[in-house]
Design a protein around this ligand. Structure first.
Ligand code: ZN
Length: 242
C-alpha cells in the first residue's frame, strides 16, 4: 500500500490542495490530526479529507475546537484562532472531529498525533524523548505529527542508541532494519524554516518513507485569514515557515 501521510493541516486549504496534487497517486490517506485550528478553512479541509479514502486521528487543536480541551492550554494567538474555529464549525465537521481516535495501529504501524505515550499533547522534539517513547508502542514503526517539524528518530536496538535523522534526505528512507518514529512535518503551518507544505509517502511494499515539500500560494491563505480577522502573527508566520 502507498499511504499519503498528512499532519497538521490546520485549516489551510491551498496547502492541502497543493499536497494532494503533488502526491498524485496513493491508495489511502493517513491524517495524524490537527485538521483545524489556526487557518481560515476548517470545514472545507475536513470535507476534502472526508471525500477521500482516509483514516484520521484527532489532535489537540481538533479537541479544543470541539470544546473538549480548555483554551487555557494554548498561547494567545492559538486561543483566538481556536475560539474563531469553534464558532465556525458546521455540525457535520463537529460530528466528524468527535468521531476521531487519538491513536491507532494500522497495517502493523502505530499512529499518534503527538507521541505514543501522550497521543494528544507530547511534542517529540529530541532523541531523548523519542527514546522513552519507543517503550510505549510495540510495532516497528510509529508515525507522529504535532511538532510541525519533519524528522525521523531511529532506535538502534544493538546499542540501545536513539538518533535523529534530520532532512533533507538524499532519497526515500528505508524502513528496515531498525525501529523508527517518523514525523512528516506540517501541511498547513510548517515550522522548520521552510514555508512549503510538508508531507510524506509511506510505501509498505517497497518499505520506504519519502518526505516531500511542495510550494503553495501562501498569500491566498494569508488573504483569507486577514478577511476573517485571524491573528496577525499567525498570518505572518506562514511566509516564514516558523
Ligand atoms: Zn498542530
Amino acid at each position: 500500500m502507498r499511504y499519503l501521510i498528512l499532519s497538521d493541516i490546520h485549516a489551510n486549504r491551498p496547502a492541502l490542495e497543493a499536497v494532494l496534487k503533488d502526491a498524485a497517486s496513493f491508495d489511502m490517506i493517513w491524517c495524524l490530526g490537527d485538521l483545524v485550528g489556526y487557518g481560515p478553512d476548517p470545514n472545507e479541509c475536513v470535507e476534502r479529507i472526508q471525500g477521500l479514502e482516509h483514516l484520521s486521528l484527532a489532535g489537540n487543536h481538533d479537541w479544543a475546537a470541539l470544546g473538549q480541551l480548555s483554551l487555557d492550554h494554548f498561547n494567545l494567538d492559538a486561543r483566538e484562532a481556536n475560539s474563531w474555529t469553534r464558532e465556525e464549525l458546521w455540525p457535520s465537521t463537529r460530528e466528524f472531529l468527535e468521531s476521531l481516535p487519538t491513536s491507532m495501529v494500522q497495517d502493523d504501524i502505530t499512529l499518534a498525533h503527538g507521541s505514543p505515550r501522550e497521543p494528544v499533547w507530547e511534542y517529540l522534539l529530541d532523541a531523548g524523548l523519542a527514546a522513552i517513547n519507543f517503550r510505549h508502542f510495540s510495532t516497528q514503526i510509529c508515525l507522529v505529527g504535532h511538532t510541525h517539524i519533519p524528522i525521523a528518530f531511529v532506535l538502534n536496538e544493538e546499542n540501545a542508541r536513539c538518533y535523529p535523522l534530520v532532512p533533507p534526505y538524499s532519497g526515500p528512507l528505508a524502513l528496515d532494519p531498525h525501529r523508527m518514529i517518523l514525523n512528516p512535518g506540517s501541511v498547513g503551518q510548517p515550522r522548520d524554516g521552510d514555508p512549503r507544505a510538508s508531507y510524506a509517502l509511506l510505501d509498505t511494499d517497497a518499505r520506504t518513507w519519502e518526505l516531500r515539500r511542495v510550494a503553495y500560494p501562501v498569500e491566498i491563505t494569508q488573504e483569507r485569514m486577514r478577511a476573517r480577522s485571524l491573528p496577525r502573527r499567525l498570518i505572518d508566520r506562514l511566509a516564514l515557515g516558523r
